[in-house]
Design a protein around this ligand. Structure first.
Ligand code: ZN
Length: 244
C-alpha cells in the first residue's frame, strides 16, 4: 500500500459517495488478476518481503512437482488458471493473467503484485499446488495476508473474506480434505499488494492421490469451476454464472 493513496482516497470520499449510485446502476465488469504460480525456471535473485523491508526472500524457489505424474507445478497451475479465465470471462468478469505460458525465468512476487495493483483488481487470486516431504500430507488450503500496519491493513479484511469464500468452494470442488485458511506475514506477493489477495494451494502434488487427481482434465475443470464460483461470491455476484 502507499500512504499517498490513502490520503487521496480520503479526499475523494465525497466524490465517490456522489458517484456511487451511478456506478451501481451501470455495474462495470470487475477485474480479477489470476496469477499462476512459478514459471519454467526458478529465480534465485532476492527481493524485499514488503515495501521498505530489509528482509529479503528468493524471488521464486521454483515450485513442486507431481510425485506420480512428474507434472511440474507451473504447468498444472497454468492449465487450471486458463480454464478459470474462460469461466470468469463467460461470467462477465475481466481477467488479467500474470502469465499465459510456462517459458521463462519466474518474474518474482513483487512483479506479480504490481500487475494486480496496476489492474486495480477486485481480487488478486494466486493459484498454486503444494508440496511436502511427507507423502501422506494432503488437502486444499488457502493463504491470506496476516495483518501488518503499513503493509496489509488496507486489504486484510477483504482478503480474509475472499479466502473464506474461495476456500469453501475449492474444497467442495476438489473433494480433498479441508486444511482451512492460514494467515501469512512472509508472503512477498501479499505484502506488496494494494488489492485483496489470496493464494490457493489446490492440493498436494507430493500426495499420490491428489497428484493423480490433479493430473487429469476432469478434476482440473472441476477445481477451476469451484474457483470461479468462489470468485463470483467474492464479487457479490451469483455463482451460477460459472455454469454447471
Ligand atoms: Zn507454488
Amino acid at each position: 500500500m502507499s500512504p499517498a493513496r490513502h490520503f487521496g482516497a480520503a479526499l475523494a470520499v465525497g466524490a465517490l459517495a456522489a458517484a456511487a449510485a451511478a456506478t451501481a446502476a451501470s455495474s462495470p465488469a470487475p477485474t480479477v488478476v489470476v496469477d499462476p504460480g512459478h514459471d519454467l525456471r526458478a529465480n534465485p535473485a532476492t527481493e524485499p518481503i514488503g515495501p521498505g523491508s530489509s528482509v529479503r526472500k528468493v524471488k521464486d524457489g521454483g515450485g513442486t512437482r507431481g510425485v506420480v505424474t512428474g507434472i511440474r507445478e507451473a504447468d498444472l497451475v497454468l492449465d487450471v488458471s486458463l480454464r478459470l479465465r474462460r469461466l470468469l470471462r463467460d461470467a462477465g468478469v475481466q481477467v488479467v493473467m500474470t502469465r499465459t505460458r510456462t517459458a521463462r525465468v519466474s518474474m518474482g512476487n513483487v512483479a506479480r503484485a504490481r500487475i494486480a495493483n496496476r489492474a486495480g483488481a477486485s481480487l488478486f487470486l494466486r493459484v498454486h499446488a503444494d508440496g511436502h516431504t511427507e507423502q501422506s500430507v494432503r488437502g486444499s488450503h488457502t493463504l491470506a495476508p496476516a495483518l501488518r500496519r503499513g503493509w496489509t491493513d488496507d486489504v486484510y479484511s477483504a482478503s480474509r473474506r475472499a479466502a473464506r469464500l474461495v476456500q469453501a468452494e475449492l474444497v467442495r470442488a476438489s473433494r480433498f480434505p479441508d486444511r482451512g485458511i492460514t494467515e501469512r506475514s512472509d508472503i512477498t506477493g501479499f505484502n506488496w499488494a494494494d488489492v485483496p489477495a489470496i493464494l490457493v494451494e489446490m492440493g498436494f502434488m507430493t500426495n499420490p492421490t491428489e497428484d493423480r487427481a490433479l493430473g487429469g482434465p476432469a478434476v482440473r475443470q472441476r477445481v477451476a469451476h469451484g474457483l470461479c464460483r468462489g470468485v463470483l461470491r467474492v464479487l457479490r455476484r451469483a455463482p451460477s454464472a460459472c455454469g454447471v
